[in-house]
Design a protein around this ligand. Structure first.
Ligand code: FES
Length: 472
């Protein structure tokens, strides 16, 4: 079997892409596609240049086979006898064609082909997926980051991502990296960020920590530390400036105003940043067998959520300077679900990522439509970025939920998910459902149709006390 990845043209925007593929049997693979800059002679004609460029594509697994570092920021070195990716953590190198390493380690690499489609004349890129399963689907293809963009940027949305300003109160006294007790592990960064009340500093620290982790400046996840792992707070701290609402909710003319929507969405994204760090800090030490790919996935999620928060608050500032972030009522209902699921990773993945985030996939298209009808194309662009990212977050939830089911004795993911929802959710799982986006993320209708949470009827004695979160 071969799997269509993309048109070749689409890969010209960046030199590195993250790919996620899923087999029919629910096996996931996280991969990196490298597109090397072709060293082309001036004399080559266009066709020859294209042919040469086709030879510059390589796909390998995204986790280093040594200790699992994220290879998205590997250095690429060209030697006489081939091209190698050098891992950012301990500098082992892997041949991009064969996966071979001089120390005897081996990275999985996958053959890539480029063919011109006779039907439409478009050059298309295919890969040969793992032989483990016969049917594979591409569930995600996204540039690693703007760092690897080929100038000039090719689309307006990427410009938005790269340059979105954050018009909020700067943090004057607190540096991104604390002067005393600077974090040394990903777990320590997670707890520091959860305890960072200012949203702007939370975003900056998230960017910094993920960049350090990806580039090998932070070499330890820190979840295997047996004694005194850093403890996440019950509820992430919040800066009073952003929860002291200056707009009286009873005076707001319409709750459907664009500013109100953007403010409410930004608030959800701020909680979502914390949720991504909390799942790592809370459950990493509880499950020392979690592979590094778990942390890479949730670090990426934290980075995405911080990008969404910045984009939404920037839009809010642009369309309604008199109601900046923090001036309107906010709620903390997402964290109520986090506290209910604080002792079970399976329940956390089910409720936060496969119920709450999956619901986002249903409602985002309506929100986008509202902005479109209001003629606000910049907000439409922002929400389309948010929606595309959130499909990948539900995919991440599905990936690690099925991983947990397998680890817990080969449980059936659908039956297990439905049971988790019955125990930790109140009321119906509401539609209408965006079945297509849910399917892309791995959720077939069997997961969510005709499902009702019966949390009230379950004895909650075993659950942690509910955490009071006092603003709305
Ligand atoms: S060389 Fe990659 S994790 Fe050690």
């Amino acid at each position: 079997m071969r799997l269509l990845i993309s048109s070749f043209q689409k890969l010209l925007s960046h030199s590195r892409f993250m790919l996620t593929i899923r087999s029919q049997g629910g096996i996931y693979r996280g991969l990196i596609l490298f597109r090397l800059s072709p060293n082309l002679e001036e004399t080559l004609d266009a066709k020859a240049k294209l042919l040469a460029a086709h030879k510059q594509l390589y796909i390998m697994e995204s986790a280093c086979p040594h200790l699992g570092a994220d290879m998205s920021h590997a250095d690429i070195e060209e030697h006489e006898d081939g091209v190698v990716a050098v891992c950012p953590w301990h500098r082992y190198d892997f041949d991009l064609k064969t996966g071979a390493n001089e120390m005897g380690l081996h990275a999985c690499t996958y053959p890539v082909h480029v063919e011109t489609d006779d039907a439409d004349g478009i050059d298309k890129v295919y890969m040969e997926p793992p032989a483990l399963d016969s049917e594979w689907t591409l569930v995600e293809l996204r540039p690693v980051s703007e760092e690897f963009a080929d100038p000039p940027p090719t689309c307006a949305k990427e410009n938005i991502e790269a340059t979105a300003p954050i018009s909020m109160h700067p943090v004057e006294d607190e540096p991104i990296v604390p002067v005393d007790n600077a974090p040394n592990t990903l777990m320590e960064w997670a707890v520091l960020i959860l305890n960072t009340p200012n949203p702007l500093l939370k975003v900056e620290r998230t960017r910094h920590a993920v960049q350090m982790f990806r580039t090998g400046q932070l070499k330890s996840i820190g979840n295997k530390k047996l004694f005194n792992p850093p403890q996440p707070p019950d509820v992430p701290r919040r800066d009073a400036l952003y929860v002291k609402n200056s707009v009286d909710p009873t005076r707001m003319r319409t709750k459907k105003s664009k500013a109100f929507m953007l403010h409410a969405l930004a608030n959800i994204e701020q909680w979502a940043i914390d949720l991504a760090w909390d799942i790592m800090a809370r459950f990493g030490p509880m499950h020392p067998d979690l592979p590094p790919a778990f942390f890479s996935d949730f670090a990426k999620m934290a980075l995405d959520e911080s990008k969404h928060f910045s984009l939404l608050t920037a839009r809010l500032a642009a369309i309604s300077p008199s109601t900046p972030y923090g001036s309107m009522p906010v709620h903390a209902s997402l964290w109520e679900s986090a506290s209910i699921t604080s002792t079970s990773l399976r329940a956390r993945l089910a409720i936060i990522h496969l119920v709450h985030e999956a619901r986002g996939l249903d409602v985002n298209p309506q929100t986008i439509e509202r902005f479109r009808k209001a003629g606000d194309s910049d907000s439409v662009n922002v929400m389309e970025i948010v929606h595309a990212d959130e499909v990948t977050h539900v995919t991440t939830g599905h990936r690690w939920f099925t991983w947990m089911c397998e680890k817990d004795g080969g449980l059936d993911p659908i039956t297990t998910f439905r049971e988790e929802v019955r125990q930790s959710w109140r009321g119906d799982i509401k539609g209408p459902f965006n079945a297509e986006a849910r399917k892309t993320a791995g959720l077939s209708p069997g997961f969510y149709e005709n499902l009702r949470g019966e949390m009230d009827t379950y004895e909650m004695e075993s659950s942690p006390a509910k955490v009071q979160i006092g603003y709305d």
